[in-house]
Design a protein. Structure first.
Length: 90
């Protein structure tokens, strides 16, 4: 299962796949000088409206969440250091 993390002005929102239409709406709002975009919830609920404006820091991250079948309890089987805080060097 693919989960997308949208980080807007330091706040994280987790979104289900696909996100192409949402990305287009956010880009259009920013290019238009600013506007509200409804961010859908990961699981049920009404979502949240966020005001996007030019210069607002926005980043996307794709996470692959799935059952790898290993007995260690981790779903990815990857080194935990790989998920270090990317902002720790700031």
């Amino acid at each position: 299962m693919k989960i997308h993390r949208l980080t807007v002005d330091g706040k994280d929102y987790f979104l289900p796949d696909p996100i192409d239409e949402l990305r287009a709406q956010i880009l259009a709002a920013i290019q238009g000088g600013g506007g509200y975009v409804t961010i859908p919830p990961l699981r049920g609920g009404p979502g949240i409206d966020i005001l996007f404006s030019p210069g607002m820091p926005v980043s996307w991250t794709q996470l692959d969440i799935g059952d790898s079948g290993d007995a260690s309890g981790t779903s990815s089987g990857q080194d935990p250091d790989e998920f270090a805080d990317p902002y720790s060097s700031l």
